[in-house]
Design a binder for this molecule. Structure first.
Ligand SMILES: C[S@@+](CC[C@H](N)C(=O)[O-])C[C@H]1O[C@@H](n2cnc3c(N)ncnc32)[C@H](O)[C@@H]1O
Length: 190
């Protein structure tokens, strides 16, 4: 018999199936948009796409980690017995479900464990519904607003065991620098 260490919670499976399906349905449009943006950048025409264009196109997009990447996060989190986990960029909260379930399955049971971060109010509202349905709100502390401010101000009871960095690329390094003083030695950044 082969034991499965992946997330297989029967309550979560239909919820995750639905959310991954919704995210995957948006993928062709999202990929086309990011390819176009890259081409404009290479041609020195970045100004053709304003920050507002970017905002309005990505505002309702999941851009969620695929199942295998999400399961990898869950497995890693279980393998290192992670307790304090920070997700930088949570969107509709799909990957957050894997992280919070991992913290729960590691046997930790209070709110400061898995911190999610998001600034888009419509995504936040939907993420909260998803976490409620997943019965995982107890394991998720949501930092609402610009991640550079919310991460700077956050108080964590324990040093960070794992960071999932899933935000627009230019934000990654400043966020990482912000988190370094709060990290446990030997922790993981994905
Ligand atoms: C790739 S998506 C995250 C997907 C999510 N991790 C998942 O797998 O379901 C990146 C998210 O980062 C959010 N974001 C971008 N800049 C931000 C900022 N400065 N502060 C907080 N959130 C931000 C975006 O609104 C977007 O929802």
């Amino acid at each position: 018999m082969v034991a499965s260490f992946a997330l297989t919670d029967p309550h979560l499976q239909p919820i995750l199936d639905r959310l991954h399906k919704s995210s995957e349905a948006q993928n062709p449009g999202v990929i086309a948009f990011f390819v176009l943006r890259l081409i404009l950048e290479k041609l020195g025409l970045s100004s053709w796409l304003s920050a507002e264009d970017f905002q309005s196109i990505t505002r309702d997009k999941y851009i969620a980690l695929e199942r295998d990447k999400s399961q990898f996060c869950y497995l890693l989190l279980r393998a290192i017995s992670a307790k304090t986990v920070i997700e930088v960029g949570s969107s509709f909260g799909v990957s957050t479900i894997y992280l919070a379930a991992g913290v729960r399955d590691n046997g930790h049971d209070y709110r400061n464990d898995a911190a999610a971060t998001e600034k888009e109010p419509t995504k936040i509202a939907k993420a909260k519904e998803n976490w409620e349905e997943a019965k995982l709100t107890k394991w998720i502390k949501l930092l609402e607003g610009d991640v550079l401010e919310t991460l700077h101000d956050v108080h964590l009871d324990d040093p960070i065991d794992l960071v999932l960095m899933d935000i627009w690329t230019p934000m990654a390094l400043p966020c990482l620098k912000n988190l370094i003083p709060k990290m446990k030695k030997g922790m993981c950044v994905i």
